[in-house]
Design a protein around this ligand. Structure first.
Ligand code: PLP
Length: 451
């Protein structure tokens, strides 16, 4: 059979359910209900196989920062494919797109983060980081420094290494994670876990768990701390203002490596080029992916500071991927960075559309179902609750409120995601004020419908 976008939706869905195993999905649900088939996209709008237009409040998976349908990116890919579709960067060869992109990233990244090790995804980049920091300490003559501290409910990817770094208990329960020498501390989620503390007290308490963990493990055994400047997949948890300064103090005091996982926060999402700038932290390594190419090509990497790169450079780092620095992906990423910069996309999020979205989004806290509404740049979340005063969660057996709300949004042609009872947005950074109004109208209608 010839399968195309003209094939009837039900047929596409049946074939999809029969042969395609989807990530983070219960396959049996698809057999019953069928996935929505997305056929085209332009700007911030998706089109499905029934011709419905859907506002993408999630930028795909937090990645289509410049929006869909950018012909310059397609042209950059086509040009590079014709000139040099592939060559590797192993064994002392290189190519111009990798050189150009590395130099540009060194310019954009703060401080002495001047060195890029490429991967094709955030997961791979975080796997690189595990080996990078342990190798660094081995080369420094401190091989016992192996432990990497992370946080419960963090998301750092889905490979065995990066999934172990992550703190998703449901993932750890399947298939042999976590690997040894990864330690988790609690997340700075004041809404769910802050109890009677003020957000400021709670932020300090959660940051000091890092110090306690280091002392318990033994400072001479700790290699690094990894965290997302703002937790994304865990529910867009914007930490209290006291949190990051205290983390920075502790990291500095013990001389451990700080890895900022910028896979979501990077490339304008929080209104600066990197979430580390928004949160005022100075990482030694940043993980990047997603917005690096606006999702047009799979590319990620680790941006490493001069000290660590210098030490690693003295030996052969026995690590790398066939597609590390892939020329087509690198060319597309470079063009994407040009668009973000020259069209003032990041600046607009910081100064114009971000503040406008913030005002509208935070007003959703007046809705009877919404407890907390918080947003940083273009990533925000609503905590749904039956009782705002006590910040109570919905009872476990009614814990599908977030799911129902997400389904209502989808029926109203708005993509919002839910994590438990938190509703999330992370729209393309080119969302206009009119589109922000549409997003808020549709979100409000959907909340009304599940109230
Ligand atoms: N790190 C963070 C913070 C992420 O949000 C993600 C993906 O959502 C990853 C890493 C993993 O990236 P990928 O899915 O490209 O492997």
């Amino acid at each position: 059979t010839l399968i195309s976008t003209n094939t009837p939706t039900a047929e596409l869905q049946a074939l999809d359910a029969a042969h395609h195993m989807h990530p983070f999905t219960t396959g049996a649900d698809l057999a019953r209900k069928g996935a929505r088939v997305i056929t085209r996209a332009e700007g911030c709008w998706l089109t499905d196989s029934e011709g419905e237009r859907i506002l993408d409040g999630m930028a795909g998976l937090w990645c289509v920062n410049v929006g869909y349908g950018r012909k310059e990116l397609a042209a950059a890919a086509a040009r590079q494919m014709e000139e040099l579709p592939y060559y590797n960067t192993f064994f002392q060869t290189t190519h111009v797109p990798a050189i150009q992109l590395s130099a540009r990233l060194a310019e954009l990244a703060p401080g002495d983060l001047n060195n890029v090790f490429y991967a094709s995804s955030g997961s791979e980049a975080n796997d690189t980081n595990i080996r990078l920091v342990r190798t660094y300490w081995e080369e420094k003559g401190q091989p016992e420094r192996k432990v990497i501290i992370s946080r419960w409910n963090a998301y750092h990817g889905s490979s065995v290494g990066s999934g172990s770094l992550g703190g998703m208990k449901g993932m750890h329960a399947q298939g042999g994670m976590p690997i040894p020498d990864i330690h988790h501390i609690d997340q700075p989620n004041w809404w769910a876990e802050g109890g009677d503390m003020t957000p400021e007290e709670f932020g300090l308490e959660r940051a000091r768990q890092l110090e306690q963990a280091i002392e318990e493990i033994g400072p001479e055994k700790v290699a690094a701390f990894i965290a997302e400047p703002v937790q994304g997949a865990g529910g867009v948890i914007i930490p209290p203002e006291t949190y990051w300064p205290e983390i920075q103090r502790i990291v500095d005091k013990y001389g451990i490596i700080l890895i900022a996982d910028e896979v979501i926060c990077g490339f304008g999402r929080t209104g600066n080029w990197f979430g580390s700038e928004t949160m005022g932290i100075k990482p030694h390594i940043m993980t990047i992916a997603k917005g690096l190419s606006s999702g047009y090509q799979p590319i990620g990497g680790s941006i490493v500071n001069d000290e660590i790169a210098g030490v690693i450079g003295k030996t052969e780092f026995n690590h790398g991927y066939t597609y590390s620095g892939h020329p087509v992906a690198a060319a597309v990423a470079l063009e994407n960075l040009r668009i973000l910069d020259e069209e003032g996309v990041v600046t607009r999020v910081r100064e114009e559309t971000g503040p406008y979205l913030k005002q509208k989004f935070e007003a959703l806290a007046d809705h009877p179902l919404v407890g907390e509404a918080k947003i940083s740049g273009f990533m925000g979340s609503l905590a749904l609750t039956p009782d705002k005063a006590s910040r109570a969660p919905f009872a476990a057996d009614a814990g599908t409120v977030g799911y129902i709300c997400r389904e209502r949004c989808f029926a109203n042609n708005l993509v919002m995601r839910h994590v438990g009872d938190r509703m999330i947005i992370s729209p393309p950074l080119v969302l206009s004020k009119d589109e922000i109004d549409t997003l808020i109208d549709r979100a409000t209608r959907s909340l009304d419908e599940c109230h």
